[in-house]
Design a protein around this ligand. Structure first.
Ligand SMILES: Cc1cc2nc3c(=O)[nH]c(=O)nc-3n(C[C@H](O)[C@H](O)[C@H](O)COP(=O)(O)OP(=O)(O)OC[C@H]3O[C@@H](n4cnc5c(N)ncnc54)[C@H](O)[C@@H]3O)c2cc1C
Length: 537
């Protein structure tokens, strides 16, 4: 039987951070990962972390204060925020960054100019300052582990990509230089650097190891049963078990039972099936934020992805760039298409009370030939879109193929074009927020024209857009140190949670780019420290 002070389950940002923090608090650490590779959804991600009060903003001359950050979060709370958790998050951002850069090879930098997702709210930052990302990390430092990390090869940072305000184009010289040492950006840089931090401490993740159930002795969690290559094994944890097993978006029963609306084809790692949630429920954890997720719209691409599930495209730029709108099955617009993806979830969950069905699902993104010429889309550059995108010579013919009522699409497009001519979306305010045009046509940002443009040049295109999520964010409620509490609000001794496996520390709020990974790093750090034996804060 294996025995450690702390056992961490899951190897995304939350799990790796917790493992290092527990070690540095004086614990021996075992790290178990269900999938055959390390990194979780974090490895597939942009790697951006939303962290108020970070030192990079200060160095760039952006003024941010605790009061502003908390006012911002509070203004978006909708009654879902625990003030203590929000304060712990904001207060621990600077310390977490300083510790990560000191204790691991992870190096971070500002994604310059990235506006908060609701920048006009009190304390919001319209010119950015809270979204940071990993500097490129050289995978050669990882030896054989370099090929055992989730996500595709990616030698770029978000700052360099159109999503982060860059062009997405790297010179052949830059690409050549980055191939030396196999330098990686985004989520792969974050995971690579954190994994190196683990390996340097002698913490080698055990992969293909699915935790199944917790051991409970006299009310205390003392270990976990794990299904490995050689069958079930018991791993004892003298001080604690940290659930960092991601969300439950890939368990159809759990999403049906808890989420407030349907999700289709999540773009996350399919091993995130809520195992941590089930283990926590079984030992009496109090749950929180269960109806929520990090909502995001997707489009189906043909075939399966590298993880054996439906391939999808996250739809961000295409619905933000000028010359595109979204319409529902009545052929009418229903939302600010350029709003941030998490907020957009609400539009997909809206019910038609007469029909008693979801008013805006299914829905379609509609754009024109000039859009394609200027921007391309769905993974292809200017001039092209993939073959699977529906296309027809006229709006009427396209509407017929999609199945929209006669004349509806033409009327919606005419109304849109008339509003665009006035530089103002009277219906949904698209282009009014400093956020809206950020992922649009950057040459016009922050003017509304970064996202407003007519749909007037055939042929015309349509893609079905589906409500989905990057991951769920409900789970066991915790103290500010990641200790799981029970239904009477008492700490369950020896049980911790972090990342998407815990009840989100920011409730239903996606503060800005990196709104999930910022809290995952902070609470991975706090939970790991406390599990490792550090004092409560
Ligand atoms: C394309 C894409 C881009 C994104 N970009 C960003 C971004 O830039 N910024 C941001 O903040 N968020 C982003 N997100 C969301 C973000 O990636 C996730 O919210 C975040 O990675 C969650 O981290 P985590 O550590 O909680 O979980 P994960 O990284 O998903 O790790 C959980 C791990 O637990 C493992 N596991 C599950 N069950 C068990 C078990 N029983 N035993 C052992 N291990 C188990 C899983 O296999 C997985 O490896 C993005 C998501 C996607 C899909």
């Amino acid at each position: 039987m294996q025995e450690f002070d702390v056992v961490v389950l899951g190897s995304g940002a939350a799990g790796l951070t917790a493992a290092i923090a527990a070690h540095d608090a004086g614990a021996t650490v075992g790290l178990y990962e269900k999938y055959e590779k390390v990194g979780g959804t974090t490895g597939l991600s942009g790697g951006v972390a939303w962290m108020p009060l970070n030192p990079f903003a200060a160095a760039a001359g952006v003024n941010d204060t605790r009061d502003e950050a908390l006012a911002y979060l509070n203004s978006l709370s909708n009654g879902m925020l625990s003030l203590a958790m929000a304060e712990a998050f904001v207060d621990t951002c600077p310390e977490t960054i300083e510790w990560l850069e000191h204790a691991t090879p992870l190096r971070l930098q500002l994604v310059k100019g990235f506006p908060d997702y609701h920048p006009e709210r009190p304390g919001g930052k319209p010119s950015g300052g809270r979204s940071i990302e990993p500097v490129l990390f050289a995978y050669d430092a990882l030896g054989a582990w370099a090929d055992r990390i989730t996500g595709p090869e990616n030698p770029t940072t978000i700052s360099e990509s159109p999503l982060g305000g860059g062009t997405g184009v790297l010179t052949p010289e830059a690409l050549q230089e980055r191939s030396q040492g196999r330098r990686q950006g985004c989520g792969r840089a974050m995971i690579g650097a954190l994994l190196k931090g683990c390996l340097d401490r002698g913490i080698a993740p055990v992969t293909g190891a699915r935790a199944r159930s917790l051991l409970v002795e006299q009310g205390r969690i003392t270990g976990v049963t794990i299904d490995g290559a050689e069958g079930p094994v018991t791993v004892r944890a003298r001080r604690g078990v940290v659930l960092a097993t991601g969300g439950f978006e890939w368990d159809a029963g759990l999403t049906r039972d808890f989420l407030k609306g349907p999700i289709r084809h999540p773009p996350s790692l399919p091993s995130n099936t809520g195992d941590g949630l089930k283990m926590a429920m079984k030992v009496g954890a109090r749950l929180g934020n269960m109806r929520e997720a990090w909502w995001a719209p997707v489009a189906k691409a043909p075939g399966l992805n590298a993880y054996g599930v439906q391939a999808v495209s996250l739809v961000l730029r295409e619905r933000t760039l000028p010359r595109s709108i979204m319409v529902n099955r009545r052929g009418v617009r229903f939302t600010n298409e350029a709003a941030n993806y998490n907020a957009l979830g609400a539009a997909f969950h809206q019910m038609d009370v007469s029909n008693f069905d979801y008013a805006n699902q299914p829905c379609w993104l509609i754009f024109d030939a000039e859009f394609v010429r200027r921007y391309g889309g769905f993974g292809l550059g200017p001039g092209s879109v993939p073959d699977w995108v529906m296309r027809d010579e006229s709006l009427a013919a396209l509407a017929g193929r999609v199945g929209l009522p006669d004349g509806a699409l033409e009327a919606s497009v005419a109304r849109w074009n008339a509003q665009v001519a006035q530089d103002r979306d009277e219906d949904f305010g698209r282009g009014q927020s400093a956020y809206d045009g950020w992922s649009g046509d950057q040459q016009y940002h922050p003017q509304p024209r970064a996202t407003l443009g007519p749909i007037d040049t055939g042929p015309f295109y349509a893609v079905e857009i589906m409500g989905s999520c990057l991951g769920t964010n409900g789970g066991p409620r915790t103290t500010i140190d990641g200790e799981v509490i029970d239904t009477d609000d008492a700490v369950i001794p020896g049980l911790f949670a972090a990342g998407n496996a815990m009840a989100s520390a920011t409730g239903m709020i996606y503060g800005g780019a990196g709104g999930t990974l910022g809290p995952a790093l902070v609470f991975g750090y706090r939970a790991g420290r406390r599990a490792g034996g550090a004092e409560r804060r």
